[in-house]
Design a protein around this ligand. Structure first.
Ligand SMILES: [Zn+2]
Ligand SMILES: [Zn+2]
Length: 359
């Protein structure tokens, strides 16, 4: 495969400003491969990075390339790589831990203690090192998963999102067969949690949100009950009704506000679990005594660790989850601003917006 010297890349040139430029195609180092990026999803975290920055991220103005939910073709192998071949289709996970800190050794590499420290070997593609809003990018083999034949590149970009949802189940034990679960927040991760819960045999899956179009997708992907808080529907009434007044065994907060967490505390059964999968935009104030009095177990989850992107691709290929209704729009790299705008403002009921760097 012939690899050009230069490529198009969407560079974060200043706070809030992305520019498509011509830059040098990167070279894969030892243990790395060069990917031709075929599709890269736009995520809420990209908007956060563009407008505010993340800890460990390169400084604004350093021509940093965002994009962390991508899929592509292996086109060149770095030194010592025998895990993949040129021509293979792969999806990625974001985090490559340093491999030498306490958390990495324990398998918790999404919370690597050397987060953002390139010299120590940490890399988070599209966050602390260049990512997928470009024609080519470099990935360590630790972050790659083969894409099954029946999964398109566009669809494979959702493996990163689905990996987060699976990791959430992984973190709290995940045994929900016959249980009632509630997901608050019908964003891409929330909608995936609905499907995974369904796939793992939850008895009742309740989705709580404020947007009719999103809740309709939720129903399509497997929610038994959808609750529109904006239309004065009360999730507490509904969950009490279907659980004989006791509450849900597991509540996911995928909305990340004071009121969503307070609602989660009200919805959980005594002895139940709350799993926090959203970044909270602002500091939250909730009545934590509710958690203590009910002995609720609280969990948080960051990213998509423990091979869950690979697991996600597997259940996507098996048809156990179908996230295809989530991909609503695609744009070429040149229209990245329009893509972000479509995603942020949910233009035309956008959920997942995908960039095609190859045009
Ligand atoms: Zn993301
Ligand atoms: Zn580490």
């Amino acid at each position: 495969m012939s690899i050009p010297e230069k490529m198009k890349a969407a560079c974060l040139v200043a706070k809030g400003k992305i520019e498509v430029k011509e830059v040098v195609v990167p070279k894969p180092g030892p243990g790395e491969v060069l990917l031709r990026v075929e599709a890269c999803g736009v995520c809420g975290t990209d908007v956060e990075i563009r407008d505010h920055g993340l800890p460990g991220q390169p400084l604004f103005g350093e021509h940093f390339i965002m994009g962390h939910e991508y899929a592509g073709t292996v086109v060149e192998l770095g030194e010592g790589v025998d895990e993949f071949n040129v021509g293979e289709r792969v999806a990625v996970e974001v985090h490559k831990g340093c491999g030498r800190c306490y958390n990495c050794i324990m398998g918790n590499y999404t919370v690597c203690l050397n987060y953002g420290n390139k010299e120590k070997g940490h890399a988070a593609g599209g966050m602390t090192v260049d990512g997928g809003f470009a024609e080519y990018t470099v990935n360590h083999v630790n972050t790659l998963y083969r894409i099954p034949d029946n999964i398109s590149f566009d669809y494979a970009t959702l493996a990163t999102t689905a990996g987060c949802a699976l990791y959430a189940f992984n973190i709290f034990g995940g045994y929900v067969a016959g249980d009632t679960i509630v997901v608050i927040g019908p964003g891409p991760v929330g909608l995936t949690l609905v499907q995974v819960g369904r796939g793992l045999g939850a008895d009742n899956v309740v989705l709580v949100g404020t947007r009719k179009s999103r809740l309709e997708v939720g129903r399509k992907v497997g929610a038994d009950y959808v609750v529109n808080v904006k239309e004065k529907e009360d999730p507490i009434d509904i969950v009490k009704k279907i659980t004989n007044g006791f509450g849900a065994h597991v509540v996911f907060d995928a909305a990340g506000t004071s009121s969503s967490l307070e609602t989660a505390l009200d919805l959980a059964i005594a002895g139940g679990k709350i799993v926090m999968v959203a970044f909270y935009k602002d500091p939250v104030t909730v009545n934590m005594s509710k958690a203590v009095k009910k002995q609720i177990q609280l969990y948080t989850v960051r990213g998509e660790g423990r091979r869950n992107v690979g697991r996600a691709l597997s259940i996507m290929a098996q048809g156990k989850i179908d996230l295809s209704p989530l991909i609503t729009h695609s744009f070429p790299l040149e229209e990245i601003d329009k893509a972000f705008d479509t995603f942020v403002n949910r233009v035309d009921n956008a959920i997942k917006v995908v960039i095609h760097p190859q045009g």
